[in-house]
Design a protein around this ligand. Structure first.
Ligand SMILES: *Cc1c(COP(=O)(O)O)cnc(C)c1O
Length: 465
């Protein structure tokens, strides 16, 4: 009986000749389609052995196979990386790729991606050149510092700085700064991986200069100051200023390393980000080394940027870890273009993160009103309401900053906020919104004008039900 049923399963060869499967072969490749078909056929045989439908015909089974095959490839193309519309209002959304790059950075990437480039070639002398040499010089000029080095991200920068300065010795850090950034980056774990021992000082809320002073021994290799990016200790608190700490470090001849995290270049207090220290402030306070992310407030590609004295930086670049953590030509090209924007004073116009931070409420409000009018003409059954709200910086930066915005609230009869959110997420390109108080809201601060048509199209899919 079972054998008779199994005879109705079509052969691989006959399946591969079917029109819809031929189309999949063109887009996905013959080998991938054949492998998936084998898996589906073996699933089917197992199922039919167990309970299979007695009367299923070959053509019904073939249709079933086609459907299973299509859904396997559909799942896969959704999982692949691609553009999404970030309507969350979170400017540096780590899950959505953090900073979007400016035009010149994108063009720089394309330029070196499509052809060969002088990555490690000195065009003046026709000899081997230093990877990232020009970028380092640009950074030194921008920040008026002695030397710079670039690695894969800020986590890598912290690891290599601590490993270079403190392997086999002690790192002094305040108990108030033993932070976790998310994505499993925890300061005590990174110190352990760097081969150094952590010497904790002070308490969670209060650490004094004298605590650092007392902890220094002949084993001390570095004093660490970590920016508590994504949380704040408020109330009865105390910690020495960076200037005091660096004076102590100089007096005791121990390097002071600061993990700045976000890497804020210009003071942002005029756009509501009040507690984000700048890179220039750290350098003028006298830190020996500092590290920050390329793709947080700096608004460039993922990278870890290390600035500091020439001796320490050259030790870092001789560390074998440097080779393991180095960046590729695409990152260097995008970073150079980003640094060039700052050097020319054009970041407010050209670096999308900086532009988004500075959008004021009246201009977002104007766009939201226009968008609502456009949508009202096209959508029936979807109610749009404008409400006051806040955007956030994200990426573990400035957790207390609230940037005033106008939110577009969506309501559809018979649909929950969760269902609306899921429907928008399944559009092409996917639209990612935010749910506040059981309502789905969209924030145009993180949506550029050219994306508004896609946003509207996604909302049409709500209207048609
Ligand atoms: C974000 C952050 C890091 C990690 O930076 P990545 O570039 O994501 O590796 C490290 N330290 C601090 C203080 C941070 O805020």
């Amino acid at each position: 009986m079972t054998q008779a049923r199994l005879r109705h399963i079509p052969s691989i060869d006959s399946l591969l000749r079917r029109e819809s499967i031929q189309a999949l072969i063109v887009s996905q490749g013959r080998a991938a389609v054949r492998d998936r078909l084998r898996e589906i056929l073996s699933d089917l045989r197992r199922e039919m052995n167990a309970t299979g439908p007695a009367g299923a015909t070959t053509s019904a089974i073939a249709l079933e196979i086609e459907e299973r095959l299509a859904s396997r490839f559909a799942g896969r193309s959704e999982a692949r990386i691609g553009r999404v519309i970030n309507a969350t209002g979170v400017i540096l959304h780590t899950n959505l790729g953090r900073a979007r790059l400016g035009r010149s950075a994108v063009e720089a990437i394309v330029g070196v991606a499509e052809s060969y480039c002088n990555l490690e070639y000195d065009l003046t002398n026709g000899e081997r050149g230093e990877r990232g040499g020009a970028l380092e010089a640009m950074l030194c000029e921008l920040f008026a510092c002695e030397a710079a080095a670039i690695v894969n991200n800020c986590a890598a920068a912290v690891l290599i700085c601590l490993n270079t300065c403190a392997e086999g010795g002690e790192v002094i850090a305040s108990r108030g700064e033993l932070i976790e950034i998310g994505g499993s980056f925890r300061i005590p774990d990174v110190i352990a991986k760097s081969g150094a021992r952590l010497r904790e000082v002070g308490t969670t809320n209060r650490t004094r200069l004298a605590d650092y002073d007392r902890a220094i021994t002949e084993n001390t290799r570095v004093i660490l100051r970590a920016h508590p990016s994504n949380y704040r200790i408020v109330g009865f608190t105390e910690s020495p200023s960076l200037t005091e700490l660096s004076a102590l470090a100089r007096e005791r001849r121990i390097p002071l390393f600061e993990d700045l995290g976000s890497g804020c270049l210009r003071d942002l207090s005029d756009c509501g980000v009040k507690d984000e220290p700048t890179i220039a402030h750290s350098l003028s306070a006298g830190v020996s080394l500092l590290a920050f992310s390329g793709d947080k407030l700096f608004g460039g590609p993922q990278a870890g940027i290390i600035l500091g004295g020439a001796v320490l930086i050259s030790q870092i670049k001789r560390n074998p870890l440097f080779r393991a953590l180095r960046v590729d030509k695409l990152t260097i090209a995008a970073l150079e273009a980003t640094v060039a924007c700052y050097s020319a004073g054009r970041e407010r116009l050209e670096i999308p993160t900086q532009v988004a931070l500075r959008l004021d409420k009246p201009s977002i409000d104007r766009r939201a009103r226009q968008f609502k009018r456009r949508a009202a003409r096209l959508l029936s059954g979807v109610q749009l309401t404008l409400i006051d709200g806040y955007s956030v910086v994200g990426g573990g930066s400035a957790p207390q900053a609230r940037l005033a915005t106008t939110l577009i609230r969506l309501a559809v009869d018979g649909m929950s906020a969760v269902a609306i959110e899921a429907r928008l997420r399944k559009c092409r390109p996917p639209v990612i919104g935010r749910i506040i108080d059981d309502q789905l809201v969209l924030d145009l601060r993180t949506v550029v004008e050219t994306e508004e048509s896609d946003l509207l199209r996604a909302m049409l899919s709500l209207a048609v039900g």
